[in-house]
Write a protein that binds this ligand. Structure first.
Ligand code: DSN
Length: 423
């Protein structure tokens, strides 16, 4: 049974329908611990799969380049209003196709090619678009990179200040993709002010935690805030840019016509739905549970001798350095996947290994919390991870299959939004 029904797809293209069904079952049967993923609601799925995908709407509400915007304008205005209300922002742009285009729009709004930009180094937990060398942002701008401290695993704020005052970046990014600790937005804002830089907070990973009050907000500190909408925020694949009123025009012009063509109206509608869901009274409890689950899981892993970057977590994310276990991240992640535990191998700060074969694993608890798992299940999850990692070091191929069966059995009691197995 696929919910919503995919009967037309099955009739017209059984090959794709079969793969969609297989993916739904895979998501149902796996313990999904990829820190940037989640399960969206059936309402978000319906909006994403709606006829809005048929429409072109280049421009903004009231100023479009195509006719027939009687329904799209109110949809986009609703999404904007809900984004502003949820985050307390003066301005919201809901058109960026995803996180990287949103971040590129920030460059377009505030920088000229060749200008200096400062961000957390990618292997330390930053993002490609914060000026990493292989990204357009590292090629077309002059990157300055700050790091985490070797002794604490936390962002080195003294280094951030020293570099900012020395290099005078025009733009400073805070946030990233593998940061297990609270981001100190006021401290970044003070440094940006001192250096005369624009402060951009990339809160893609923690947007849902911010919306639910489980992480401090960058609003009031950062000049501009970018976020994807599909991680802890639990919306469709998309992105938003929030800013002060002062920067509204520059942000909007950068997104369109600066970088993009027509917005994806079906995504905009689904973002509006997700924002409404995140404004409901039960969302803060969801956000708090994500963090509680991560903290219990982190403690259980630490008890089993796992070396956690920064020693634990304040948010949804745990970064494990497997060096002391004598196993590399990639074979561990692959074995865990075979064991029904889906996560990603990840570089750890000061990683001596290569990015495609690094020392670490990254774990996130947003999806399993949506599924309904609570703190009481986390020691079991840690035990399974440990069993599989030990299996890799002992080259015991039987562990993965055994654990996969146990994972499937556990998850059968936790419904998945948007899909259920045939009765
Ligand atoms: N791919 C996202 C993540 O996994 O964190 C960042 O772009």
């Amino acid at each position: 049974m696929h919910v919503p029904s995919v009967s037309h797809l099955s009739a017209e293209d059984p090959e794709i329908a079969g793969l969609v069904e297989a993916e739904a079952r895979r998501q149902y049967e796996k313990l999904r611990l990829i820190a940037s993923e989640n399960y969206v609601s059936p309402a978000v799925l319906e909006a994403t799969g709606s006829v809005l995908t048929n429409k072109y709407s280049e421009g903004y509400a009231g100023k479009r380049y195509y006719e027939g915007q009687q329904n799209v304008d109110p949809i986009e205005l609703l999404a904007i209003r809900r984004a502003k209300e949820l985050f307390g922002a003066e301005h919201a742009n809901v058109q960026p196709y995803s996180g990287s285009p949103a971040n590129l729009a920030v460059y377009m709004a505030f920088l000229e090619p060749g200008d200096p930009v400062m961000g957390l180094s990618l292997p330390m937990g930053g993002h490609l678009t914060h000026g990493w060398s292989v990204s357009a942002t590292g090629k077309w701008f002059r990157p300055v990179r700050y790091e985490v401290r070797a002794d604490t695993g936390r962002v080195d704020m003294d280094q951030v200040r020293d570099l900012a005052l020395k290099e005078r970046p025009k733009l400073i990014w805070c946030g990233g993709t593998a940061i297990p600790r609270t981001i100190d937005f006021p401290a970044f804002a003070e440094i940006a002010r001192e250096a005369g830089a624009v402060l951009a907070a990339d809160v893609a990973h923690i947007a849902g935690l911010i919306a639910g009050g489980a992480h401090p907000s960058p609003i009031g500190h950062a000049d501009v805030v970018t976020t994807t909408t599909h991680k802890t925020l639990r919306g469709p694949r998309g992105a938003m840019i929030l800013s002060t009123a002062e920067h509204a025009k520059a942000v909007d012009k950068a997104v369109f016509p600066g970088l993009q063509g027509g917005p994806h109206d079906h995504t905009t509608a689904a973002i509006a739905v997700a924002l409404k869901e995140a404004a409901q009274p039960d969302f803060p409890a969801y956000a708090r549970q994500i963090v509680a689950n991560a903290q219990v899981l982190a403690a259980a892993l630490a008890d089993r001798g796992y070396d956690l970057v920064s020693g634990g977590t304040d948010n949804h994310l745990i970064l494990i350095d497997l060096t002391n276990k004598g196993v590399a991240g990639k074979p561990a992640a692959q074995a865990l996947d075979r064991a029904g535990i889906e996560l990603n191998y990840n570089a750890v700060p000061f990683d001596p290994r290569k990015p495609f074969d690094p020392s670490g694993l990254r774990i996130g608890t947003a999806a399993i919390t949506t599924r309904g798992l609570g703190a009481e299940q986390m020691p079991l999850v840690a035990a399974w991870i440990d069993e599989v990692v030990q299996g890799v070091s002992k080259q015991d191929e039987t562990v993965a299959e055994r654990v996969a069966g146990q994972v499937r059995e556990l998850l059968a009691s936790y419904p998945m939004p948007g899909w259920a197995p045939a009765p």
